[in-house]
Design a protein around this ligand. Structure first.
Ligand code: F6R
Length: 618
C-alpha cells in the first residue's frame, strides 16, 4: 500500500527520499514521486508511473534542496499514471502533498473547489482524491490563514482515514505531517540536526532508531532540529521520541534470492522467539507474563471469535480449532471485512481476537471498532508490530516476535500468529480448568517441538522445486485438506494466487464432490494435504475420487508413508506431527510449492502485482 517518506535537514533531500522509498517498496506500489524544495523556495516535483527505477531514470538532475517528501502510490482513485502519482500540488503550485488513505468525500470537495479553479482558469491535474488536499490548504492560505491552521482545517474537512505529508514553498525549512484515523502509521525519525519521516519504520532505521509515532489527530510541524505537535485544541507540545530496537541488518535479504525465501527459512526462529518465555514447563504456564487479560476475565468468557483477513484469516481458522479443542470453549472465526458490516449477537462475554501481522489492516481495525462501539466485548490483538493501531485499539496484545517481514506474502508472521493462538488456547484452557497441570505441560511440550517440525518441513525445498518444474505450466490447482488442514489448503491456494498468479482453490476435501470435482481432468493437478490423523482415511477416499478423474495428485503426507506415496503421482514427506500440530509441519511445504511455482514462472515474488503488504484502504 502507499508509502510516505520525508526529510528536512542539512543533507540533500532527494537521494534520502529515494533510498527511503526503496525501503518501502515491499509494501507494493505502482508509481512513485518526490518533491524537493530548496532554501530559496525553488520546488521540484518529479513523479513516474512504474517502479522506482523508472522515477530514477526520469530524474536527470537531482535537486539539492534540503527539504522534501516522497511517495509510493498504490492506485485507488485513477489508474496508475505519471499524473496520478504523488506528490500532488495545489493549482497555485505552492502547496505539495502526499497522502496514504482515501478521501471519501473527495467528490464533494472537488465540487466545492471547482468554482475557485474555474475562476482562475485552472483545471485538476489528476484523477486522484488526494489533489483536493493541497487545493483546500492553498485556498485557506489565500484567505489569510497561517499554513498550520490551513492544514488543520483541510484535515478537518476530509472524511476517511488519512496520513499526509506537506511542504510549502513559503516554508522551505519545514515539513508537516498529519494523521487522521488509521490509514497506516506515520513516524518521525529524529536525527542529529535533521529529521526523517516515513509511513513505516524500515525506511527510517538506517538513519535513526529514535522515533515518534503520530497519534490519530496529530499535526506535526517538523524542522531540522525541532518537532512540534498539535493535537485537537490542546497547546502545541514537543513529543518525546522513543527508541526502537529493530536491527537494520535484519531487513536485508542476506544470501537468499528473495525475501520470501529468507522469511520461510526464518520461521523456526520466529516461532521460537514468539514462544520464548511464554511456554514454560515446571511448573507449566502459558502466556504467564506480558499478557493483559487476567484469569478472571478469561474465566468469564463464554465464546471466542477470531477475526482477520487473508493469511491472518487462515491463522484465525486454525486458531478456532485450537481454542475449541484445547480450551474447550465455543469458538468461531470470521473474515473481518464481512464481520464489520454485520450485526452479530456478541456480548461482553465474547472475547474477540484480531489477527493482523501489520496491525494496520483497515478491515480488521474496522471490525475492532465495530466490536468496541457496539458491544464493548474484550479484544485481544495478535500482531507483529508493537505500537501499531490495532495494539492501541485492543485491551490486550500478543506481539509475535517475527522481526520485519519484507516479502509481501505473509509467511513467518503466519507461523508467529499460529504460535500465539496456540498459547492463547492453552492459557484460556488452563484458566478455566479445562487443562490440568499435566495436560498443559503436554500441550506446551508439543508446541516446543514446532520449530523442529518447521525446520524439517523446510528441508523439502528441493522436492518442492522438482514438483514445481513438472507443474510450472498448469493454470489451475485444487488444494484439498480436512479438519485442521483445511485452512492450510486455503492458505496454499492463496499463496499460489498471490505470488504465482495461478488460479488455485482451497477446498475442504469433503466438499469436493459437491461441485469442484466437475473441473477435474488430466490437466488439473490436485494438491492433497494428507498427514496421518483422524481424517486420513477420508482424505485417501477423496484422493481416490480425484484419481478416478485422472487428475494428477501431489500428496503431502507423513515421511515414509508408503501407502499414501503409492496412491499418488507425487509425494512430499513431512515429519509426522501430533494431530493438532500439523499446521507447523505442513506450512513450509505449502509456501515452498507456491514459491517454486512462481520461480519457474520468473515472477516478482517479493512484490507481486496489485498487492500490498499493509492494506490500509477498503
Ligand atoms: C497474504 C497476505 C495478506 C494478509 C492480509 C492481512 O500473504 O499477506 O493476505 O494476510 O492482507 O494482513 P494483516 O495480517 O496485516 O492484517
Amino acid at each position: 500500500m502507499c508509502g510516505i517518506v520525508g526529510y528536512v535537514g542539512h543533507q540533500a533531500a532527494g537521494p534520502i527520499l529515494i533510498e527511503g522509498l526503496q525501503r518501502l517498496e515491499y509494501r507494493g506500489y505502482d508509481s512513485s514521486g518526490i518533491a524537493v524544495i530548496d532554501r530559496d523556495g525553488v520546488l521540484d516535483v518529479m513523479k513516474r508511473e512504474g517502479k522506482l527505477r523508472d522515477l530514477q531514470a526520469a530524474i536527470t538532475r537531482m535537486p539539492n534542496g534540503g527539504t522534501g517528501i516522497g511517495h509510493t502510490r498504490w492506485a485507488t482513485h485513477g489508474q496508475p499514471s505519471d499524473r496520478n502519482a504523488h506528490p500532488h500540488a495545489s493549482s497555485s503550485g505552492d502547496v505539495i502533498v502526499v497522502q496514504n488513505g482515501i478521501v471519501e468525500n473527495y467528490r464533494e470537495l472537488r465540487a466545492e473547489l471547482q468554482e475557485r479553479l474555474d475562476a482562475e482558469g485552472r483545471t485538476w491535474q489528476s484523477e486522484t482524491d488526494t489533489e483536493v488536499i493541497p487545493e483546500l490548504i492553498s485556498r485557506e492560505i489565500s484567505a489569510g490563514k497561517p499554513l498550520e491552521d490551513a492544514i488543520a482545517y483541510a484535515i478537518g474537512r476530509l472524511r476517511g482515514a488519512n496520513a499526509i505529508a506537506v511542504v510549502h514553498r513559503g516554508s522551505p525549512d519545514r515539513m508537516y505531517a498529519a494523521r487522521k484515523g488509521s490509514a497506516g502509521g506515520i513516524v518521525i525519525g529524529y536525527g542529529d540536526g535533521e529529521m526523517f519521516l516515513a509511513s513505516d519504520l524500515p525506511a527510517l532505521l538506517p538513519h535513526t532508531t529514535s522515533v515518534y509515532h503520530l497519534e490519530d489527530g496529530d499535526i506535526a510541524a517538523i524542522d531540522a532540529d525541532l518537532v512540534q505537535v498539535r493535537r485537537g485544541g490542546s497547546p502545541t507540545f514537543q513529543p518525546t521520541p522513543t527508541q526502537v530496537d529493530l536491527d537494520p541488518v535484519a531487513i536485508a535479504r542476506g544470501p537468499y534470492r528473495h525475501f520470501m525465501l529468507k522469511e520461510i527459512h526464518e520461521q523456526p526462529r520466529a516461532l521460537s522467539d514468539t514462544i520464548r518465555g511464554r511456554a514454560r514447563l515446571d511448573p507449566a504456564s502459558a502466556l504467564a507474563d506480558d499478557f493483559d487479560l487476567a484469569d478472571d476475565t478469561l474465566r468469564g468468557i463464554e465464546r471466542v471469535l477470531v477475526i482477520g483477513m487473508g493469511t491472518s484469516l487462515h491463522a484465525a481458522m486454525i486458531g478456532r480449532w485450537w481454542i475449541e479443542q484445547i480450551a474447550g470453549i465455543p469458538a468461531d472465526f470470521e473474515n473481518a471485512s464481512e464481520f464489520r458490516f454485520r450485526a452479530p449477537l456478541l456480548g461482553p462475554s465474547t472475547l474477540v481476537v484480531a489477527v493482523t501481522q501489520s496491525g494496520e489492516t483497515i478491515d480488521t481495525l474496522g471490525a475492532m471498532n465495530h466490536v468496541r462501539e457496539r458491544w464493548g466485548a474484550p479484544q485481544l490483538v495478535i500482531t507483529n508490530v508493537d505500537g501499531s493501531e490495532a495494539t492501541r485499539q485492543a485491551d490486550a496484545s500478543i506481539i509475535i516476535r517475527c522481526g520485519p517481514e519484507v516479502g509481501v506474502a505473509s509467511t513467518k508472521t503466519f507461523v508467529g500468529s499460529l504460535a500465539a493462538l496456540y498459547l492463547l488456547a492453552c492459557r484460556i484452557g488452563h484458566a478455566r480448568g479445562q487443562l490440568n497441570e499435566q495436560e498443559l505441560t503436554d500441550r506446551l511440550e508439543q508446541l516446543l517441538t514446532a520449530p523442529s517440525l518447521l525446520e524439517r518441513g523446510i528441508r523439502q525445498a528441493e522436492r518442492c522445486a522438482e514438483i514445481a518444474q513438472v507443474f510450472g505450466g498448469a493454470s489451475n490447482f485444487l488444494v484439498l485438506g480436512r479438519g485442521i488442514e483445511y485452512p492450510l489448503a486455503m492458505e496454499a491456494a492463496l499463496k499460489c494466487k498471490e505470488i504465482s498468479y495461478v488460479h488455485a482453490e482451497g477446498y475442504a476435501a469433503g466438499e469436493m464432490k459437491h461441485g469442484p470435482i466437475a473441473l477435474l481432468d488430466q490437466g488439473f493437478p490436485v494438491i492433497a494435504l494428507a498427514p496421518r490423523g483422524p481424517l486420513f482415511d477420508k482424505m485417501t477416499s477423496a484422493i481416490q475420487q480425484v484419481r478416478a478423474r485422472r487428475a494428477p495428485v501431489i500428496a503431502v503426507g507423513d515421511e515414509g508413508d508408503q501407502e499414501l506415496a503409492g496412491l499418488v503421482d507425487h509425494f512430499i514427506g513431512v515429519p509426522p506431527a501430533p494431530p493438532l500440530l500439523t499446521p507447523f509441519s505442513l506450512t513450509p511445504v505449502v509456501q515452498l510449492l507456491a514459491y517454486q511455482l512462481a520461480l519457474t514462472r520468473g515472477l516478482d515474488i517479493d512484490q507481486p502485482r496489485n498487492l500490498a503488504k499493509t492494506v490500509t484502504v477498503e
